[in-house]
Design a protein around this ligand. Sequence first.
Ligand SMILES: [Fe+2]
Length: 160
Amino acid sequence: MPILRNFRICNFDTDIGTEELAHLEMVATIVHQLTKNLSMEQIEESGFRNYYVDHTIGIWPQAAGGIPFNACEFQSKGDIITDLMEDMAAEQKARSTYDNILRLVRDEPDVYEPIKFLRAREVVHFQRFGEALRIVQDRLNEKNFYAFNPGFDCCEGNMK
Ligand SMILES: [Fe+2]
């Protein structure tokens, strides 16, 4: 978010973005390790059948419910308050997804431990976005009650 520079907050969002891509690589590796030696019987019994038909055992990002990964996974409104709130919500959604996965893989330490690590990072990301939100709010015009976009409109009078 370039607008963060206006609030003297630099690089933290690109740092988190880079880390998230590394997390995607970790999750893809876990999936690859779990599926690379499946027998046809295991594929059928595990509910992996439909995925297998479309992708064999290749890594193809999709939600657990089968919805393909696409740009709709990303949100950007161009309003710093809106975007930071959205970022914080996304981190909490990731954390709760990892919580759900952890309940399912309690007996699989090779999956449990890396997912536990990823969950901890989402908590840190949530806190970092929260810190950025607090800094931005502290630096906003005190008369802005967040009824306009401070990155686009310099004051409420600019609104029609
Ligand atoms: Fe995150």
